[in-house]
Design a protein around this ligand. Sequence first.
Ligand SMILES: [Ca+2]
Ligand SMILES: [Ca+2]
Ligand SMILES: [Ca+2]
Length: 353
Amino acid sequence: MSATTSRAVSPAIRALVPALVVGIALAGLLAIAPESRAAPAAPWFGPNVQVTALPAYTAYQPSIAAGASGTLYLAYGGWGGSTTQSDIFFSKSTDAARTWTSPVRVNNDGGGASQLEPSLFLSATEVIYIIWTDYRGGTADIYFSRSTDLGLSFSANVRANDVTTNFQIEPDVAVDSAGLVHAVWTDNRNLFSTGPDIYYANSTDGGLSFNPSLRVNNDATGVEQFRPAIAVGPDRSVYAVWDDPRNGGRGRDIYFSRSSNLGGTWAPNIFVNDDTGNVPQDNAAIAVNPGLNRRSPASPTRPAPMRPRSGTTIRPATLRSPACRSTEASSAATRPRTPTAPSSSPPPAPTGG
Ligand SMILES: [Ca+2]
Ligand SMILES: [Ca+2]
Ligand SMILES: [Ca+2]
């Protein structure tokens, strides 16, 4: 049967077989051809765009948010020149990041004190809130400003921490639906007792002033809590996470607390990671799904409180320069650390700048 079939192949089919072989060979050649001859690559990311422009000579620690209007809002630390040195700058883009506005300096001091570690929060109405670490007082403190004109200008800077002793660093900020400003940071006011702790303060006047600071971590040990992040839910619950080594044999863990009374008190701390080994967990971030803890109009009962899950974790507490990150990673096991003011070791000034 098969021999009969073979003999029955028509001359047309016999002519087609070599053509198919050639076609397959060409396809194979195309598959291994240099990339320049292949189809254009999928446009995963567009060309890189330089955001930094004078008077910000260098840039690091970016913190970015996108508004419903499509405008991108960016805060970053940068070298502002020999007079003001390290500063906080703001820039925005209204054309999908192709171009950026000239940087606006957010900190309003005139000296050479260092400002760094900005964190930007954008409200639904695109009010811009920026919080950062500021050395103008001699030791690191937490300063804040906001813009109600889409970043054309920023308000007079306000200090958020009530006690300035020792360092206050690594701030993060979130604002709830009623405009209550929530700030959290690492605070070393208790240097000789509990060491660096997580502190919180809120502002009921949109950031013109801050209420007294509260300690968020509830341990009595002297270990160092640091790198906090904060988020607020649609029901105005406030959530915080941070790095915490209180369980010595477990290494650093991610701890969590929640306030259901607008930051007035904070719940007993719980740890998030479930391993029991001594490898560190660090650099926590947190976000709240805006739909999960909102009261449903169709339901008279309140849904169970939303618990932050790893899948909703988006926003870093502070975004650091790669150099800073690698330094911290290499010294992760030996942290504590004392922050050094960049004014004593500033980023390199541009040549001729
Ligand atoms: Ca400065
Ligand atoms: Ca201080
Ligand atoms: Ca502590």
